[in-house]
Design a protein around this ligand. Sequence first.
Ligand code: SME
Length: 148
Amino acid sequence: MKINFEEVLKKIEQLVKENKPDLLKQICQTLKEEVYHYDWVGFYSLKDGGLELGPYVGKPTDHTHIAIGKGVCGQVAESGKTRVVQDVSLEDNYIACSIDVQSEIVVPVLKNGIFVAELDIDSHSPAPFTQSDTDFLEKVCEMISTKF
Ligand code: SME
Protein backbone atom coordinates (compact mmCIF):
# COMPACT_ATOMS: atom_id res chain seq x y z
CA MET A 1 0.00 0.00 0.00
CA LYS A 2 1.39 3.38 -1.03
CA ILE A 3 1.36 5.96 1.73
CA ASN A 4 1.18 9.65 1.00
CA PHE A 5 3.61 10.81 3.67
CA GLU A 6 3.32 14.43 2.48
CA GLU A 7 -0.40 14.42 3.24
CA VAL A 8 0.17 12.93 6.68
CA LEU A 9 2.92 15.50 7.35
CA LYS A 10 0.44 18.28 6.50
CA LYS A 11 -2.05 16.87 9.01
CA ILE A 12 0.66 16.78 11.67
CA GLU A 13 1.77 20.33 10.81
CA GLN A 14 -1.81 21.43 11.38
CA LEU A 15 -1.92 19.70 14.79
CA VAL A 16 1.37 21.37 15.78
CA LYS A 17 -0.12 24.76 14.79
CA GLU A 18 -3.23 24.10 16.90
CA ASN A 19 -0.93 23.16 19.79
CA LYS A 20 -3.59 21.49 21.96
CA PRO A 21 -2.51 20.17 25.38
CA ASP A 22 -2.67 16.59 24.11
CA LEU A 23 -0.65 17.31 20.96
CA LEU A 24 1.77 14.41 21.40
CA LYS A 25 -1.08 11.93 21.86
CA GLN A 26 -2.83 13.38 18.78
CA ILE A 27 0.35 12.84 16.79
CA CYS A 28 0.54 9.21 17.96
CA GLN A 29 -3.10 8.70 16.94
CA THR A 30 -2.62 10.31 13.54
CA LEU A 31 0.48 8.24 12.79
CA LYS A 32 -1.22 4.98 13.79
CA GLU A 33 -4.39 5.78 11.83
CA GLU A 34 -2.71 7.03 8.67
CA VAL A 35 0.12 4.56 8.26
CA TYR A 36 -1.11 0.98 8.07
CA HIS A 37 2.17 -0.57 9.22
CA TYR A 38 2.39 1.52 12.42
CA ASP A 39 0.79 -0.59 15.17
CA TRP A 40 2.16 0.90 18.38
CA VAL A 41 3.28 4.53 18.43
CA GLY A 42 4.66 6.27 21.49
CA PHE A 43 7.09 8.78 22.90
CA TYR A 44 9.79 8.18 25.49
CA SER A 45 11.52 11.17 27.00
CA LEU A 46 14.67 11.64 29.01
CA LYS A 47 13.97 11.78 32.73
CA ASP A 48 16.23 11.20 35.73
CA GLY A 49 18.96 9.68 33.59
CA GLY A 50 16.66 7.18 31.85
CA LEU A 51 13.76 6.98 29.43
CA GLU A 52 10.20 7.44 30.61
CA LEU A 53 7.15 6.50 28.56
CA GLY A 54 4.97 9.45 27.55
CA PRO A 55 1.85 9.55 25.36
CA TYR A 56 1.29 6.46 23.22
CA VAL A 57 -1.37 4.54 21.31
CA GLY A 58 -1.55 0.77 21.04
CA LYS A 59 -1.46 -2.02 23.62
CA PRO A 60 -0.28 -1.01 27.10
CA THR A 61 3.36 -1.89 27.70
CA ASP A 62 5.19 -2.92 30.88
CA HIS A 63 8.21 -0.96 29.68
CA THR A 64 7.38 2.44 31.10
CA HIS A 65 11.03 3.03 32.07
CA ILE A 66 14.02 2.01 29.97
CA ALA A 67 17.68 2.44 30.90
CA ILE A 68 20.02 4.26 28.51
CA GLY A 69 21.71 1.70 26.26
CA LYS A 70 19.05 -1.00 26.85
CA GLY A 71 16.91 -2.20 23.95
CA VAL A 72 16.52 -0.34 20.69
CA CYS A 73 15.07 2.65 22.56
CA GLY A 74 18.00 2.87 24.97
CA GLN A 75 20.49 2.62 22.10
CA VAL A 76 18.89 5.53 20.27
CA ALA A 77 18.98 7.59 23.48
CA GLU A 78 22.73 6.94 23.53
CA SER A 79 23.54 7.52 19.86
CA GLY A 80 20.99 10.22 19.01
CA LYS A 81 20.51 8.46 15.65
CA THR A 82 17.48 6.80 14.07
CA ARG A 83 17.45 2.98 14.27
CA VAL A 84 15.45 0.81 11.92
CA VAL A 85 15.05 -2.82 12.94
CA GLN A 86 13.38 -4.71 10.13
CA ASP A 87 13.34 -8.04 12.00
CA VAL A 88 13.31 -7.80 15.79
CA SER A 89 14.04 -11.53 16.15
CA LEU A 90 17.58 -10.87 14.88
CA GLU A 91 18.26 -8.11 17.40
CA ASP A 92 20.35 -9.04 20.48
CA ASN A 93 19.79 -5.85 22.47
CA TYR A 94 16.01 -5.77 22.21
CA ILE A 95 13.17 -5.41 24.72
CA ALA A 96 10.07 -7.30 23.54
CA CYS A 97 6.77 -5.55 24.20
CA SER A 98 4.44 -7.96 22.47
CA ILE A 99 4.83 -11.18 20.50
CA ASP A 100 2.98 -9.53 17.59
CA VAL A 101 5.81 -7.07 16.95
CA GLN A 102 8.01 -7.94 13.98
CA SER A 103 9.85 -4.69 13.33
CA GLU A 104 10.54 -1.34 14.91
CA ILE A 105 11.78 2.17 14.13
CA VAL A 106 13.01 4.60 16.77
CA VAL A 107 13.64 8.24 15.86
CA PRO A 108 15.34 10.70 18.21
CA VAL A 109 13.94 14.12 19.09
CA LEU A 110 16.89 16.49 19.28
CA LYS A 111 16.84 19.96 20.79
CA ASN A 112 19.81 22.02 19.61
CA GLY A 113 21.45 18.74 18.64
CA ILE A 114 20.93 17.20 22.08
CA PHE A 115 18.78 14.12 22.66
CA VAL A 116 15.62 14.92 24.66
CA ALA A 117 13.08 12.27 23.61
CA GLU A 118 12.27 9.70 20.97
CA LEU A 119 9.42 8.42 18.86
CA ASP A 120 9.09 4.63 19.00
CA ILE A 121 7.01 2.73 16.46
CA ASP A 122 6.37 -1.01 16.49
CA SER A 123 5.00 -2.84 13.49
CA HIS A 124 3.27 -6.19 13.10
CA SER A 125 4.50 -6.31 9.49
CA PRO A 126 7.83 -7.84 8.52
CA ALA A 127 10.41 -5.33 7.18
CA PRO A 128 7.90 -2.57 6.33
CA PHE A 129 10.14 0.48 6.74
CA THR A 130 11.71 2.38 3.86
CA GLN A 131 13.82 5.54 3.68
CA SER A 132 10.50 7.41 3.29
CA ASP A 133 9.48 6.35 6.81
CA THR A 134 12.80 7.58 8.20
CA ASP A 135 12.67 10.92 6.34
CA PHE A 136 9.03 11.47 7.29
CA LEU A 137 9.42 10.58 10.97
CA GLU A 138 12.60 12.66 11.31
CA LYS A 139 10.61 15.66 10.02
CA VAL A 140 7.84 14.95 12.54
CA CYS A 141 10.40 14.80 15.37
CA GLU A 142 11.97 18.08 14.22
CA MET A 143 8.56 19.78 14.32
CA ILE A 144 7.94 18.86 17.95
CA SER A 145 11.39 19.26 19.52
CA THR A 146 10.23 22.31 21.48
CA LYS A 147 7.41 20.29 23.08
CA PHE A 148 9.84 18.43 25.39
N1 SME B 1 11.15 -2.61 21.78
C1 SME B 1 11.68 -1.49 22.51
C2 SME B 1 11.02 -1.33 23.85
C3 SME B 1 9.84 -0.44 23.83
S1 SME B 1 8.42 -1.19 23.26
O1 SME B 1 8.60 -1.51 21.83
C4 SME B 1 7.10 -0.21 23.45
C5 SME B 1 13.18 -1.64 22.67
O2 SME B 1 13.76 -2.66 22.30
O3 SME B 1 13.80 -0.72 23.19
